[in-house]
Design a protein around this ligand. Structure first.
Ligand code: 3H9
Length: 707
């Protein structure tokens, strides 16, 4: 091996007559401007050097190339742009081989597609995930991939953004072979030598012929267009992907490439790109709470769950799925059998849907034990309490846990709103007590609010973040208050919706407007799904402490008094035919609403869908600002992640705080000020928003990251 030349991020080494070009740009070899420049220079150098017969591109570290450098998006583009680097690779007069390990995603796969030959080792993950960032493959991917693997397969990869493993990539024709070992350099060199020995020559992907059967390709494009239009509500980039692939069929390569660039720039400039990329960084940032740096997590090998209801069982499944053993505690044999039954039913559902095999269910249940005695928790490292939401019940549980659990065990509560400091007081070890707030169904929902009471020790917080990672949850650090981050914001969202409903909008219009905004369900569909009785209980609980200045809408109470709790009772805000989960508007509900308006003396007015969205979003943004100001959320981005992962906030809008920044905080403040003339108590602008507007700053200035 002769060292040739190097840049800090791309090295060039001659192995015999093969120039090995190694991208070494931690942590994931993203294609920043330095990498792009050095890659193009490497090809020029190979071209100019008589001693070079072929080029081998590899990645250092754990990945080939993770894609374009996402941090550069939104800034002025710096040459050379990736499409021209890819063109330069493809135009090389000497064979270029890409040897892929780890991630070859987005621009990373596009670099590989521009090479003439591709090899992957097992464990490689190939994909074009740009759609998840509101983009399309913009470095020739929409033109080369269909020519190489056909329109249907290329569209599937680009529209789903999914990753194909090496074996699948081989069968698709994305790669030419799979390496026998995971020695990426050895495998790549051997392949390149073999190609040279066979005088294989260059093989530009632009000349590949998988689109030769134009009829099949056209049919695939039309199907994708129809399905995409129906499925991707409000998303901008998927249909642009279809347009770009169509160009691969109808236009010469270079013209297709030009169209791809134009469509890529349109996506790049869309607010959806900004929202999705914010979400990408924010969801990584939330895991870096201060305690994770300051303290060492305690080892967690065994977990107890107190309570076998829907929540307890869901938590047990989440823990079992992470490969950990669970001991469930219930008050008597019957309740325990029910708890185990809940757990089994979750697995039965997964087996029935073909998501897991029956053996996987058996293996998970083999890690499950149950007991009616707290003493069974004596040896566990962490307990999660998921019993009835009642302070005295919780305190009784924690007194027992304090009695039986070993020193150093972590005692967690899954409470949704109760004061965890008060729960901790029921024990002799408040420094071990923390909130782990799961969302239902707990084995599915990604959000885990880690609620940090005053006296908990840093290593307990760090352990909780570690546990979240093991459970594959997205952890968000929250402080103690009624509802923590998510449910506190949900409460104002609902209140603002109730005001609109009493003032003249129908619940059906409100739901539709919020679905159009991007939520999978409107607020009243959510009430019907969760059960109206839950909110009713919370409203009754809050009644004695409710500020007398707070307007209170009783419509939902009128429904609950009739026993209309939503889907489970066949009617709520909607009517549900026997067993149906999608409801229809109910004229009787509309009559009740009308009667309530008359009772309180409101003359109804009409609201546009846009006004509905504006009010609901202003309410959430305003309360979220208070949540940040009070330190309940560490930063605005933590609120964004909580609402995206726990409450269906449309990811492409980046979360409420990012959305507020995109609207402009002065606009939000002006709207709040206007609304506060209607109701000065509810719409009082958060002092944080006032302060930021005064300073000319945005919420993002408080994120302390690039996000
Ligand atoms: C594209 O390619 C457009 C082109 O078609 C056209 C261009 C003209 N850039 O996820 P991790 C950071 S669009 C910058 O925790 P893992 C990440 O923020 C791109 N930074 O590791 C984190 O930073 P920090 C298409 C990036 O091992 C660190 O790297 N590509 C990028 O769990 C580690 O990341 C994609 O969408 C990036 N592209 O997973 C792939 N990627 O340590 C996106 C990551 O400061 N990336 N970072 O928090 C991934 O899917 C995963 O990161 C990957 C590794 C699977 C690669």
């Amino acid at each position: 091996m002769t060292p040739s030349s190097a840049s800090p991020v791309v090295s060039r080494n001659l192995h015999g007559n093969i120039l090995v070009v190694t991208i070494d740009h931690p942590s994931v070899n993203a294609l920043s401007v330095d990498v792009r420049r050095a890659l193009a220079e490497a090809i020029e150098a190979a071209e100019a050097d008589q001693a070079v017969a072929a080029v081998l591109i590899v990645g250092a570290g754990r990945n080939f190339i993770a894609g374009a450098d996402i941090r550069e998006f939104g800034k002025p583009p710096l040459p050379p742009l990736l499409p021209s680097v890819c063109n330069r690779i493809e135009a090389c007069s000497k064979p270029v081989v890409a040897a892929i390990h780890g991630a070859a995603l987005g621009g990373g796969l596009e670099v590989a597609l521009a090479a003439h030959y591709r090899l992957a080792v097992r464990g490689a993950k190939l994909g074009l995930p740009e759609v998840q960032l509101g983009l399309l493959p913009g470095a020739g991917g929409t033109q080369r991939a269909p020519r190489l693997i056909g329109a249907a397969q290329a569209l599937d990869l680009m529209l789903s953004g999914r990753q194909a493993r090496a074996e699948e990539a081989l069968s698709l024709g994305l790669v030419d072979r799979i390496g026998a070992t995971d020695d990426i350099l050895g495998e790549g060199l051997a392949y390149a030598r073999e190609l040279l020995a066979a005088k294989a020559g260059v093989r530009p992907t632009r000349a590949a012929t998988a689109l030769a059967d134009t009829q099949t390709a056209r049919a695939a494009i039309e199907t994708a267009r129809k399905e995409t239009a129906a499925r991707t509500r409000g998303l901008f980039s998927p249909l642009k992907i279809v347009d770009a692939v169509e160009a691969a069929l109808t236009l010469p390569f270079d013209e297709g490439l030009a169209l791809e660039r134009k469509l890529f720039v349109e996506c790049l400039e869309s607010p959806q790109r900004a929202g999705l990329i914010h979400a990408f960084f924010a969801e990584r940032e939330v895991a870096k709470a201060p305690e994770t740096k300051a303290a060492t997590p305690r080892p967690i090998a065994t977990i107890g769950v107190v309570g076998g209801g829907t929540m307890g069982a869901g938590i047990a499944v989440a823990v079992l799925d992470a490969g950990l053993p669970v001991t469930m505690i219930e008050r008597d044999d019957e309740a325990l059998a029910r708890g185990r039954g809940h757990v089994e039913r979750v697995y039965d559902g997964l087996v029935a849907k073909g998501r897991i095999k029956a053996e996987a269910k058996d293996a998970a249940l083999a890690r499950f034990t149950g007991s009616t005695s707290y003493d069974a928790l004596a040896g566990v490292d962490l307990v999660i309490e998921a019993v009835f939401e009642d302070m005295s019940v919780k305190k009784a549980v924690f007194t027992e846990l304090d009695r039986v659990c070993k020193r150093g065990a972590i005692l967690a509560t899954n409470t949704s709103y109760l004061d965890i400091d008060e729960i901790a007081d029921a024990t002799s070890r408040p420094s071990d007590v923390i909130g782990l707030h799961f969302f239902s169904p707990a084995n599915v929902m990604k959000l885990l609010e880690i609620v940090v009471p005053g006296r908990v020790s840093a290593d307990v917080v760090a352990t909780s973040f570690e546990l979240a990672k093991q459970l594959r949850k997205v952890p968000v650090r929250a402080g103690v208050c009624d509802g923590f981050i998510g449910n506190r914001l949900l409460a104002v969202y609902r209140t603002a919706a109730d005001y609109l409903m009493e003032d003249g909008a129908s619940p059906y219009q409100i739901d539709r407007a919020m679905r159009e905004f991007g939520y999978p369900m409107g607020p009243y569909q959510v009430v019907d799904l969760a059960g109206g009785d839950i909110g009713w209980a919370a409203r009754k609980r809050r009644a004695p402490t409710r500020d007398p200045r707070m307007r209170y809408v009783e419509i939902a109470d009128r429904l609950c008094e009739r026993g209309w709790f939503g889907q489970k009772t066949g009617r709520g805000f909607y009517l549900y035919e026997q067993g149906s989960r999608s409801g229809t508007p109910d004229p009787e509900v509309e009559a009740i609403i009308e009667a309530e308006r008359v009772r309180v003396g409101v003359s109804p007015r009409s609201f546009t869908d846009e006004e509905i969205v504006r009010r609901l979003m202003c309410a959430v943004i305003n309360e979220a600002a208070n949540v940040v100001r009070e330190g309940i959320a560490l930063r605005p981005l933590d609120v964004d992640v909580a609402l995206i992962y726990g409450y269906g906030f449309p990811r492409y809008r980046g979360g409420p705080m990012k959305y507020a920044d995109m609207l402009g905080l002065p606009t939000v403040l002006a709207e709040l000020t206007r609304l506060s003339q209607e109701d000065a108590f509810f719409w009082r602008p958060s002092p944080l928003i006032v302060e930021l507007v005064d300073r000319g700053a945005a919420f993002s200035s408080l994120n302390g990251t690039a996000a």
